[in-house]
Design a protein around this ligand. Structure first.
Ligand SMILES: Nc1ncnc2c1ncn2[C@@H]1O[C@H](COP(=O)(O)OP(=O)(O)OP(=O)(O)O)[C@@H](O)[C@H]1O
Ligand SMILES: [Mg+2]
Length: 258
């Protein structure tokens, strides 16, 4: 199989242990370009840990993770990010003193303004790339309807606005794969719906692959092409939203956790 034909992200029998606990237990599934794949499950099911395994923030005890046909499970987080996997964090991660726009751009500075890219491209070209990135950042801020907040320090923004800035930051480098960890937390229902529409549009119009952890079940049902369900670390379902909603094992998993 060539890298072209391979799924964007491909997990095979991935296991993550914390001492005696298998937080992720032999999980396999794939995400294609242009696909929105939701990852759901009760609290503690292993969703965030699975993200951490993909981004190199958690060591895997067994299994294999491929991105665009290449093994990435032994790479460092910055190497995985450089290949084009970007994420948002469940508990935020903005720099409070920096403005919204600066927060978005700081992800870019690491990749273009300094270091190898600067040397390879030359300072002038690097500046042009950065200008283009700033324009892209502004367009994305516009899309999320927070452009008017670009000069406000992040700590002054509401929780929902901070979420939006985080998503824009993750998108600013135009990554092929985006991992969103509960992006709708703290968003009012209309904003949530807007975010859902945007997620769907990004995937369908740009070919971005999206893996979405989300407890807001309506959002999951509305935006996902496929839903993977974890329970106690193990995958118990992997199907289109309507089928997952009617799945007995899934209903029982949620009821069991009360
Ligand atoms: N660094 C860690 N050390 C030890 N145990 C951990 C660690 N991180 C997570 N765990 C445990 O692994 C399991 C999975 O946690 P994880 O955060 O992946 O769940 P989750 O599905 O994201 O839950 P939530 O919906 O509440 O965010 C939990 O039992 C958790 O207590
Ligand atoms: Mg989590």
């Amino acid at each position: 199989m060539t890298a072209e034909a391979a799924p964007l992200l491909d997990l095979a029998e991935v296991t993550v242990r914390f001492g005696g606990l298998k937080a992720v237990d032999a999980v396999s599934f794939a995400v294609a370009a242009g696909e929105v794949c939701a990852l759901i499950g009760p609290n503690g099911a292993g969703k965030t840990t699975l993200f951490n395994a993909v981004t190199g923030n958690a060591a895997i005890a067994a299994g294999r993770i491929r991105f665009r046909g290449e093994d990435i499970q032994n790479l460092a987080p910055h190497e995985i990010a450089a290949r084009g996997i970007r994420r948002t964090f469940q508990n935020g991660g903005l720099f409070g003193e920096l403005t919204a726009l600066e927060n978005v751009l700081c992800g870019l500075h690491a990749t273009i303004a300094s270091g190898v890219a600067g040397v390879v491209l030359g300072a002038k070209r690097a500046r042009a790339v950065e200008r283009a990135a700033t324009e892209r950042a502004r367009r994305l801020l516009d899309l999320m309807e927070i452009r008017h907040l670009e000069d406000r320090p992040a700590r002054e923004l509401s929780g929902g606005q901070q979420r939006m800035v985080e998503i824009v930051r993750a998108l600013a480098t135009d990554p092929p794969l985006l991992l969103l960890d509960e992006p709708a937390v703290g968003l009012a229902p209309p904003v949530r719906a807007q975010l859902g529409a945007l997620i769907r549009r990004l995937a369908k119009e740009t070919g971005l692959g999206i893996l979405l952890i989300e407890h807001a079940i309506e959002l999951v049902m509305n935006v996902s092409d496929r839903v993977v369900v974890l329970n106690y670390g193990a995958k118990i379902a992997d199907a289109p939203p309507a089928a997952v909603r009617a799945d007995r094992a899934v209903l029982e998993a949620y009821l069991g956790h009360g």
